[in-house]
Design a protein around this ligand. Structure first.
Ligand SMILES: Cc1cc2nc3c(=O)[nH]c(=O)nc-3n(C[C@H](O)[C@H](O)[C@H](O)COP(=O)(O)O)c2cc1C
Length: 164
């Protein structure tokens, strides 16, 4: 293994393969776009940020339709998906216009749509946004939520390992 700085194309390739090799939990984040209303997308870039205050971090591509809702909205919801929700992950990773008409969801606080049957749901108040490259890191303080007795959906090497 070389310790020299790789050239840029190699760095991108090795980055993609290394990150594809990182097993991740999968979440759907939902938010409220100031103009178009409820929005939502699948993410694996979700992590615990701190316990004091209880906070999560999620990284959002500026090309997504959920970007404004996530970076400008006051609140967002995180749904950690359970093993039987790979189709939901695919739906929210797609560009269809009627995501919320194609899945079971309810009206939550602050105008957020909440996805049914998730492993865990967190209601977060957006508190910090930092832009870097073509993404924004969004930190939200957890204000409420619930956890169910379910198994997680895992994404590894471009495949979901959950049950259909
Ligand atoms: C497994 C998986 C994980 C993803 N993780 C992220 C992520 O962390 N951040 C991101 O911006 N997009 C991520 N995406 C891509 C978005 O889900 C995708 O761009 C989606 O179409 C955005 O929807 P929207 O444009 O309606 O907001 C992921 C896609 C998949 C399949």
């Amino acid at each position: 293994m070389t310790r020299e700085m790789p050239d840029a194309p190699h760095a991108l390739d090795v980055f993609k393969e290394a990150m594809a090799s990182l097993a991740s939990g999968v979440a759907v984040v939902t938010a409220l776009d100031p103009d178009s209303g409820p929005c939502g997308m699948t993410v694996t870039s979700i992590a615990s940020y701190s316990a004091s205050p209880p906070s999560v971090i999620v990284c959002v591509d500026e090309s997504t339709r959920s970007y404004r809702g996530m970076t400008e909205g006051e609140y967002f919801a995180v749904h950690l998906l359970s093993e039987d929700q790979p189709d939901l992950a695919r739906l929210f990773a797609s560009k269809v216009d009627d995501k919320f008409e194609q899945c079971e969801n309810t009206a939550g606080p602050h105008g957020l749509r909440l996805i049914a049957n998730s492993l865990a749901t967190l209601i977060c108040r957006q508190s910090f946004v930092a832009k870097h490259g073509d993404h924004a890191m969004v930190i939200g303080i957890v204000e409420d939520g619930c956890v169910a007795d379910r198994q997680p959906l895992v994404y590894w090497r471009r495949e979901f390992s959950g049950r259909r």
